[in-house]
Design a protein around this ligand. Structure first.
Ligand code: 5AD
Ligand code: SF4
Length: 455
């Protein structure tokens, strides 16, 4: 086959990880399609398989290695123009492990990192042409991928990166080492991309950054995140979301924007990580439990019906029952709509990895289980406030368990299923904003019936 193109080939991208990784995957799809490769849904059908993998917790490492190992025995599909399947590993694991992935798994053909997504097509082509593995990792990058093609998962929803990297160095976290120092994207570029997305029919934009609240620090302090919210809201997008907010940098100015900009969705992800001041200090989070609770009050005063979500790590080295109890009480006091709970995972190279911890795994698992029970109880309670209300829904598809119903998300980011009148084809509503009367509020979803169809 010609070295310049990948026509007649098929590809699939497997993503494990955060929204930033998922967005990078959309760029990978765009790049491969530009070279003529066709997307397929399964690894078996794909001539080129790209793994975009996160290394924040060990589980993703194990999953990736297990999956790649089993692929040794997969035959290449009939009719493939290649003689051997190309397995490429990118994302945070590619960045961190580089060539050692190929040393450990010689059937891997390409390894690339977080700073050189754009190199993927030429690495794949070189691997095919030379029949030899290719690795390219850059130590740092200074470009956003705004000039790279994108294949969005949904035509009505888009991610828009505003910062790359992270300067916070929370002591448990590997991200600053694999995504590099924080860099803000010029606001003019953000504004132009938002306008283009809205002109393309996008109804929901999620601004992405490891810490969106510190936007502008590297631009001599101006513009700030509040200015970004303002300018993206002015694009007229229906729902504006953003992730992730670091509590230490969430300013009054930003909180005011939640209340005054009507298209900023009433949902805030505000990772607490722990409710113990001693552990927060050991994590280098740079806020206290009191300051966190004060922020929650400010946010709820400005926007009373806002849905709050958070991340909690259980079992940080040296966590005592008393520390855990402080976390438990924080979760109880705040009453989140959703909590992402994680058992601490030791990441080599981070400061916390050097702290010995004699706490048995069973003790940590027991704390984790108790917390999950509380999280469910609180999520159920929160959802009850929407019982019998009429809510807006951005329809994402059909209910996987009942194809006569639509499934979507509310402005508060709740999953909702709804029945539609028999005269209506539910598929015709995908990508539209409808109104639904909520009949049932469960822990993890709402259910109801369609009452209106909008834009
Ligand atoms: N162990 C467990 N959870 C972690 N997170 C980040 N690093 C670790 C780790 N080493 C969690 C944090 C973060 C989320 C994305 O992942 O809660 O907010
Ligand atoms: Fe990791 Fe902390 Fe940066 Fe979040 S803010 S990416 S937890 S170092």
């Amino acid at each position: 086959m010609a070295a310049q193109n990948l026509s007649q080939t098929t590809y699939c991208v497997v993503t494990y990880g955060c929204q930033m990784n998922k967005h990078d995957s959309e760029r990978v799809c765009g790049l491969l399609e530009e070279c003529g490769s066709d997307r397929v849904e399964t690894i078996e059908e794909a001539d080129i398989v790209v793994f975009m993998t996160c290394c924040v917790r060990e589980a993703a490492d194990i999953r990736l290695r297990g999956q790649v190992e089993t692929m040794k025995n997969y035959p290449l599909r009939e009719g493939s123009p290649l003689t051997k399947r190309v397995i490429a590993i990118g994302g945070c694991i590619g960045q961190r492990d580089g060539q050692s992935l190929i040393d450990d798994m010689p059937h891997v053909s390409v390894v690339f990192g977080t700073h050189n997504l754009n190199a993927l097509p030429h690495l794949v082509m070189a691997a095919v042409a030379d029949q030899s593995p290719q690795t390219e990792i850059l130590e740092a990058g200074d470009s956003f991928w705004s000039d790279l093609p994108t294949v969005r998962e949904h035509s009505w929803s888009a991610w828009l990166p505003i910062t790359m990297g992270c300067n916070n160095f929370c002591t448990y976290c590997i991200v600053p080492y694999v995504r590099g120092r924080e860099k803000s994207r010029p606001i003019e570029e953000i504004e132009a991309e938002a306008k283009k997305l809205v002109a393309d029919g996008v109804k929901e934009i999620t601004l992405l950054g490891q810490n969106v609240n510190s936007y502008g620090r590297d631009l001599y302090g101006k513009p700030r995140f509040a200015d970004v919210l303002e300018c993206v809201a002015a694009s007229g997008v229906k729902y504006l979301r953003y992730a992730t907010s670091h509590p230490k940098d969430l300013t009054d100015e930003v909180i005011k924007k939640f209340a005054t900009l009507p298209n900023v969705a009433p949902a805030l992800h505000l990772p607490a990580q722990s409710g113990s001041n001693r552990i927060l200090k050991a994590m280098n989070r740079r806020y206290t439990r009191e300051r966190y609770i004060d922020l929650v009050h400010k946010v709820r005063n400005a926007c009373p019906d806002i849905a709050l979500s958070t991340d909690i790590i259980v079992g940080f080295p040296g966590e005592t029952e008393e520390d855990f109890q402080a976390t438990y009480d924080l979760v109880k006091e705040v009453g989140y709509n959703q909590v992402f709970t994680f058992i601490y995972s030791k990441r080599e190279g981070t400061p916390a990895a050097k702290i010995d911890d004699p706490t048995p795994h069973e003790v940590i698992q027991d704390r984790f289980d108790r917390l999950v029970d509380l999280v469910q109880e609180k999520a159920y309670e929160r959802n009850q406030s929407d019982q019998d209300k009429v809510v807006e829904v951005l329809v994402e598809g059909l209910n996987k368990r009942n194809a006569s119903q639509i499934t979507g998300r509310t402005p508060k980011n709740q999953t909702i299923h709804a029945s539609v009148p028999p005269s209506m084809d539910p598929s015709s509503l995908i990508g539209r904003i409808c109104t639904v009367q909520v009949d049932v509020a469960k822990t993890w979803y709402l259910a109801g019936h369609l009452v209106g169809v909008g834009e």
